[in-house]
Design a protein around this ligand. Structure first.
Ligand SMILES: Cc1cc2cn([C@H]3C[C@H](O)[C@@H](CO)O3)c(=O)nc2[nH]1
Length: 221
């Protein structure tokens, strides 16, 4: 277990609502030579052998939410497990926010039936207990639903054109609940999404330096 601790790259998951500014922060952090950024595999979700599961999920949530989230969970496991040759692996979201934010919301709002929810949760628990999916830091971009909605409209992703602010408020509340109540895999750094990109990057790099030093110490002993 000891060398397993040091063999995996330092892993940071950047979490936040739709439109909270994750991609912008990830792009900035990817400039570091010691960092490999893994963005959310949205393109996979948009093309499963020709079918756009993301679009289907937004168009007919009752029919497609469960399938979409089960595919998201699979692609997140693939991201957690993906070999990374850089010292630092920064992922966009995680299997944990998939479970505690998106799946939870879809069940609570009736877009996912109870048996669908229970099956996806059993998959999550089995994956989480049997696979080594290390996370060293969770960075949470806290954006007001209003700010998030402004950024979604500005970005103009076709499938997201009709996301109501109530959905963003639900997800915001679930992110807060998750990060305050569930037993988390790593400490949380909360960043106000209104900070400048420079301020956010500086805060993340501060924490990253500590993790790098801890790793260097551990490798010496
Ligand atoms: C982990 C996870 C990411 C994720 C994204 N989404 C949606 C929200 C956005 O519209 C789009 C890209 O993040 O996919 C989702 O419904 N469920 C998810 N679960």
């Amino acid at each position: 277990q000891k060398n397993a601790q040091n063999s995996h790259p330092i892993t940071i998951c950047v979490e936040g609502n739709i439109g909270s500014g994750k991609t912008t922060l990830l792009n900035q952090l990817s400039a570091r030579p010691d960092v490999e950024v893994l963005q959310e595999p949205v393109e996979k979700w948009r093309n499963v052998k020709g079918k756009n599961l993301l679009d289907l999920m937004y168009l007919d949530p009752l029919r497609w939410s469960h399938l979409f989230q089960s595919y998201v969970q699979l692609t997140m496991v693939q991201m957690h497990m993906k070999p990374c040759h850089a010292k630092v692996k920064i992922m966009e979201r995680s299997i944990h926010s998939a479970r505690y934010c998106f799946v939870e919301n879809m069940f609570r709002t009736g877009r996912m039936s109870e048996p669908e929810y229970n099956v996806i949760c059993e998959w999550y628990n089995t994956i989480n207990c049997n696979l080594f999916l290390p996370v060293d830091l969770i960075v949470y971009l806290s954006a007001s639903p209003t700010l998030a909605q402004e950024r979604i409209i500005k970005r103009g992703r076709a499938e997201e054109a009709n996301i109501p602010i109530s959905y963003l408020s639900e997800l915001h509340a679930l992110h807060c609940y998750w990060l305050q109540n569930e037993d988390l895999p790593a400490p949380v750094l909360v960043l106000d999404a209104e900070l400048t990109l420079e301020q956010m990057t500086a805060r993340v790099e501060e924490h990253l330096e500590v993790l790098l030093q801890q790793r260097a110490e551990a490798e010496k002993s």
